[in-house]
Design a protein around this ligand. Structure first.
Ligand SMILES: [Zn+2]
Length: 427
């Protein structure tokens, strides 16, 4: 029996990330509009996981399973598209990420939530309760609703006036809407620390009411422990032949829904049955609507790419686009001042103008329409200083820095949006 258990444990360790054994990351470099479309369509046809889109001047990254590598390479070569294999076998990097995070966690003896590793759903849940107990005058935990699999989706309200002062602006920040973007969690946890536990700039808590939703997609997040690159929620009702669960929650909001996303459940950008068909998106909608008269700033934290993006996902600019751009640049500059030199400077702009591809049904687009005159999607950096880590993988040494530098940007955005709110300049 003992032997069997040992074998199971051993096999369990070996089997981790087996799903990705032989998957390669390609960097694809396109040189024309035709090549851009050709590559994008082919990647979609092959149901590849596109990590970033290739556009002229900006190589894209795509994850290609072993069985599809030949057909993918042949296609690129036939069409004279330049590429290189950036990572031969992503499983090795996944194993390395586990190893680094485990040894960083073992070195730390801190019992409170720190920034030495990425915390689990259960740990974050317990932390929110702990904060509500320790700081009852400023913190409350709210159950927004439940995920597809029935997990509580809970957020913090941080306020010195119990959200009763209607003259105060509200700032909302969320992370992990895309579950594999692990480095976004320290950004919200760091904000919580600086607003509740270790307050050094009290104007931020005195003048602003905060809503912080650290784990917007709990089912997906928990599933990343099994499948590290899981992005969507875990809805099963759209499955095709028992395959392809999940909806891309950042395509499930009600703004030009379904126009620049996928109707195929097997695609990473599958948009669901209709706007807010998914309970996780509905929870966020309800928070936004509840605070629509006071929400000054909405921040949806994603990774990767070092970008601050503003609406709309189809390239149409909101009436206050100039202010959005200005405050976006100010946030980016604040981050760039303290970022690690090995990471590139932030890029600021409209979603379509920066990414050069359209996206519909985004949370940020919905928020600016309904409530928040300042609404941004952050794309935190992929830490590249280590040859082992790229894209969505997290280097433990970068976790606290990700929280710290993003907070520098958030502060600037929050103060600017709050000032506009007080001056009645909000659009
Ligand atoms: Zn994302």
């Amino acid at each position: 029996m003992k032997y069997l258990l040992l074998v199971c444990l051993f096999y369990g360790v070996l089997a981790k990330h087996e799903l990705y054994d032989g998957h390669a990351v390609y960097e694809v470099d396109v040189h024309s509009v035709e090549q851009t479309k050709l590559v994008h369509d082919f990647e979609n046809d092959l149901l590849l996981d596109i990590w970033s889109h290739a556009v002229p001047g900006h190589p894209g990254k795509v994850l290609v399973p072993k069985a599809k590598r030949d057909i993918f390479e042949n296609f690129l070569e036939q069409n004279h598209v330049q590429y290189k294999v950036e990572t031969e076998n992503i499983k090795e990097q996944l194993d390395k990420e586990d190893e680094l995070l485990a040894s960083a966690a073992a070195r730390s003896n801190s019992s409170r939530i720190g920034f030495e590793r990425i915390h689990t759903y259960e740990e974050v849940e317990a932390y929110l309760d702990q904060l509500a107990r320790d700081y009852p005058n400023v913190v409350s935990v709210v159950l927004g609703g439940r995920s597809v699999e029935g997990r509580p989706i809970r957020y913090l309200k941080i306020s010195t006036t119990n959200f009763q002062d209607a003259r105060k602006p509200v700032v909302m920040i969320q992370s992990l809407l895309h579950s594999r973007e692990w480095v976004t969690l320290p950004a919200t946890l760091y904000a919580i620390r600086k607003l509740v536990v270790d307050v050094s700039e009290s104007d931020l808590v005195q003048n602003i009411d905060w809503i912080i939703l650290p784990i917007a997609n709990p089912d997906g997040y928990i599933f990343t422990l099994t499948d590290r690159f899981w992005r969507k929620n875990r809805a099963t009702r759209y499955m095709v032949a028992n395959r392809c669960p999940g909806v891309d929650l950042n395509r499930n909001f009600d703004h030009i829904w379904g126009t620049a996303s996928s109707s195929n459940p097997c695609q990473e950008t599958f948009h669901g049955a209709g706007p807010f068909s998914e309970p996780e998106a509905a929870v966020i909608r309800d928070i936004i609507i509840e605070h629509r008269n006071r929400m000054a700033l909405f921040l949806d934290i994603h990774s990767f790419g070092s970008m601050i993006l503003f609406p709309y996902g189809d390239g149409v600019l909101p009436p206050n686009a100039l202010q959005l751009n200005l405050v976006g640049v100010q946030m980016a500059q604040a981050i760039d001042r303290v970022k690690w030199p090995s990471n590139k400077n932030y890029v600021v702009g409209n979603i379509l103008h920066v990414l050069r591809y359209a996206a519909s049904g985004g949370a940020g687009d919905y928020a600016i329409n309904v409530a928040a005159p300042y609404s941004y999607t952050f794309e935190l950096p992929a830490f590249r200083n280590s040859i082992w880590m790229d894209g969505f993988l997290v280097e433990p040494a970068f976790i606290e820095q990700a929280g710290f530098e993003t907070w520098e940007g958030i502060k600037v955005g929050a103060r600017a949006a709050a000032a506009a709110f007080r001056n009645g300049k909000a659009v």
